[in-house]
Design a protein around this ligand. Structure first.
Ligand code: NAD
Ligand code: WQD
Length: 346
């Protein structure tokens, strides 16, 4: 019988979950189990993970909101010592049009997983939060201690509520150790180019739109506004490579498992600390791909934050996490994956 400890990944077939599984398989000795109902992904992601790592993943294809289906997974496996909870819906615009979908899925799934942690004594819990919890902010760079603002969308509000739930559970159930990781703008793909983000729905984020335009799936893209009070008039974001985000999860998990945490609930920002403008991102893509992008300046996008980037000092000091990939790595890996997708059946 295996004595290996198991890490349960919810949303393991998704963009960040799949890259985290790859890092866990390649750098740790944990047994990995995933739960994903493919509502925003494909089972083929696990074939790609296997191609990269040589390892098969056991995925439970269930809806985490269904507690009757979720609980037996915990009941039948007492090797689970940690959870990384990625599963959630994430499209900001859709959450404004269909808030019910977001509140139901993002909150119920979190409560169900946490309730199982409490009932089955799973002590270590990592939650995918987002820089969107900060809302529209004037103080830059953003620290974990920066007061969070008004959520600009139901999606962002599910992350604020999620963090509050986590904090209360870790006070009420003292054995539960939790971390919320606030990702800034995760982009790029596995450096092999063999897996990356799937565009199951029409992409709305900058980097998939850039690569879709370069390959001709989108005829022409628009820069959303160029008259902002920034160095070139376009919005500033903190783009961070998805594999660096994945590595941060492993460090956060080990921090809890090794009992290095000083609080039952901690928050860490995950960005690079560098603000990049839309035009700078496009220029980096054009450089690494050697392609001219078909774009023009369009109107401002409603609700866009002008500039946001992270202060990384706390996560660097506490988790010893320093992102290793730069903007060109982000763009070249995203482009490699876009080209790879021409050859594969998703
Ligand atoms: P994703 O959509 O690629 O992955 C989420 C996965 O969860 C999908 O595979 C989906 O099928 C699964 N899922 C969703 N609801 C489920 C349910 N009820 N039961 C079972 N499976 C379910 O998203 P991602 O980009 O990998 O994001 C992962 C997490 O990180 C999310 O919580 C998201 O809100 C958060 N986040 C993402 C970003 C980003 O830009 N990608 C930024 C900040 C935070
Ligand atoms: C980046 C920049 C756009 C598309 C979102 C969520 C946030 C988090 C990360 C989940 C902006 C500009 C974009 C285009 C453009 N996700 N842009 N033309 O809005 O920073 O953050 O993803 O938690 O919560 O809100 O990311 O990639 O959409 O935009 O000019 O066609 O690119 O205006 O300045 P955003 P994004």
């Amino acid at each position: 019988m295996s004595t290996k400890k198991t890490i349960l990944i919810t949303g393991g077939a998704g963009y960040i979950g799949s890259h985290t599984i790859i890092e866990l398989l390649e750098t740790t000795d944990f047994n990995i189990v995933s739960i994903d109902n493919y509502s925003n992904s494909s089972s083929k992601t696990f074939d790609r993970i296997e191609k990269i790592t040589g390892k098969k993943i056991n995925n439970h294809n269930i809806d985490i909101c269904n507690k009757e289906l979720l609980e037996p997974i915990f009941q039948n496996d007492n090797s689970i010592i940690g959870i990384i909870h990625f599963a959630a819906f994430k499209a900001v615009g859709e959450s404004v049009l269909n808030p019910q979908k977001y509140y139901h899925n993002n909150i119920n799934s979190l409560l169900n997983v946490l309730d199982c942690c409490v009932k089955y004594n799973v002590a270590n819990f990592i939650f995918s939060s987002s820089c969107s919890v900060y809302g529209n902010i004037n103080e830059l760079p953003v620290k974990e201690t920066t007061p969070i603002g008004k959520a600009e969308s139901p999606y962002a509000y599910t992350k604020q509520i999620g963090e509050e739930i986590l904090k209360d559970y870790s006070i009420g159930y003292q054995k539960l150790q939790t971390i919320a990781l606030r990702y800034f703008n995760p982009v790029g793909a596995h450096m092999s180019g063999l897996t990356g983000e799937l565009d199951i729905n029409k992409p709305s984020n900058l980097v998939p739109i850039i690569t879709n335009t370069a390959i001709g799936k989108i005829e022409k893209m628009h820069v959303h506004g160029s008259t902002y009070p920034t160095r070139d008039g376009t919005c500033i974001r903190d783009y961070v490579h998805v594999t660096d985000i994945a590595i941060a999860h492993i460090k956060a998990l080990k921090y809890l498992i090794d009992k290095n945490n000083t609080s039952n609930f901690s928050i860490f920002n995950l960005g690079t600390g560098n603000g990049i403008s839309v035009l700078e991102a496009i220029a980096a893509f054009e450089k690494v791909s050697e392609k001219k992008l078909n774009y023009s300046i369009g109107p401002n996008r409603t609700g866009d934050v002008i500039a946001i980037y992270s202060d990384n000092s706390f996560v660097e000091k506490t988790l010893n996490w320093i992102p290793k990939y730069n903007l060109e790595d982000m763009m070249s890996s995203a482009w490699k994956w876009e080209l790879e997708q021409q050859n594969i059946n998703k």
